[in-house]
Write a protein that binds this ligand. Sequence first.
Ligand SMILES: N[C@@H](CCC(=O)N[C@@H](CS)C(=O)NCC(=O)O)C(=O)O
Length: 162
Amino acid sequence: MQVRWAFEEVGQPYDVRLVSFGGMKQPAHLALNPFGNIPTYEEGDLALFESGAIVLHIAVRHGGLLPDDANARARAVAWMLAAYSTVEPPILERATAVILERDAPWHDERLPLVDDRIRKRLAELSRYLGDCDWLDGAFSAGDLHGGRAAPAAAIGTAERIP
Ligand SMILES: N[C@@H](CCC(=O)N[C@@H](CS)C(=O)NCC(=O)O)C(=O)O
């Protein structure tokens, strides 16, 4: 989602190639992404994986996703990394628990602990954001990645977070 969103923000056209779950594990896709997942990105001789790396590449090449000011730009990158390494992990943990570990004997006991970790992160994010629309002044790639917290709302763990 982030890659398409980034292209929309910078107003650049793009082509989408859909890959099946099986196709992701085939040699042709593994050559683009050693972990056999999506998204991947191809542009001329360049092949990239990891959505953060792809969005950063798009943001560096096209205006509109990173501020010109060096300090603001550094903060936008910090928010991108915070989304992946601080906010998102407990959310992914919950997805794994619900989808893959539902039948485990410890599932019911573990889920509330994971939910608490999600609520804590979203509360911290919410407190920082306050009444602001964006994380650091104008919209940036940092907000685009912060939007990855949205699935938490979809699975009902963000109900108490404004
Ligand atoms: N950190 C990676 C995560 C990639 C990832 O887990 N993608 C999921 C879809 S959102 C996927 O391909 N899952 C299928 C699989 O791993 O087999 C990124 O942001 O690009």
